[in-house]
Design a protein around this ligand. Sequence first.
Ligand code: GUN
Length: 337
Amino acid sequence: MCMRAKSWTCNFPNGIFPRQDHQTLGIRIFGADFCFIILEQESMQLIDGKAVAARFKDQIAAEVQELKASNGKTPHLVAILVGTNGASETYVAHKVKACGELGFKSTLVRFDETVTEAELLDKVREINEDDDMDGLIVQLPLPAHINPDRVMETIHPAKDVDGFHPINIGRMAKGLPAYISATPQGCLMLLEHYGIETAGKHCVVVGRSQIVGLPMSILMQRNTYPGNCTVTITHSKTKNLAEICRQADILVGALGRPEFITADMVKEGAVVLDVGLERVPDATKKSGFSLKGDVKFDEVAPKTSFITPVPGGVGQMTIISLMQNTLLAAKGEIYQK
Ligand code: GUN
């Protein structure tokens, strides 16, 4: 919780302190009343993705044990990683680690950067046919010679726990049972966990990626909770971006540009969800980089009612959503086995 100083010095010669909603500290000097500080009672709340994720982890781990006990099934996630992109290596390592912690089986399939599209598609088809393997993700981005849409369309929709297949995107848009892509789903879980009102609010999504921006915009307009927002989706060709962002009650930063969203783009009291996670060179760090979100946190946070930090915000929930989807796949709850 934080208290924001709204105004610093003022003088009320008639001795009336006008703002009942503010805490006023007053003194009398030489017969005149001064209020030397007024603290606004509104507060900014940090959305603690790590703490929320920990609670979901316990719940998912318990469900995995139940599934194992009831029908001997261990949920199995397969991740395909092409090349050695540092960020992708880290993401996939986190996913594999989460599998171990929650009692899932995991298989990591690695391909060299030079793998052909045909070879990759053959592997996807082989995994589609393997009944023991419940969920399959192919880590993005892929090398330029591989068409990611072709790869996503080759994954069987019932195993597409990333929710990237056109059938899952279409089903999600219609409000039918579907795997919902992990990062937007993680954002919704955070909104719900903190009881943040969404109906009738203006949600501005900055970025139209297939992974986050597009699905997030669809989810936030659905007739459900969280949802029922008036949604604006913005992108690189949007004019008056700052002006549109300032209209947001809920602002989602998902464009992948470090600290792009600055305080002047944010309305007082807005809810800010920062989906960005970029590596920025930092000579003071052993790794040589630090992680930054799309939001310039230090200057934006004091203006908000709720905000996610980076790291420790949305990213934590992305993995939880992926694990949830894999559990659903193992149980055959979205598509019957
Ligand atoms: N690259 C960045 N985010 C993701 C994700 O959620 N899934 C996959 N497959 N690749 C990604």
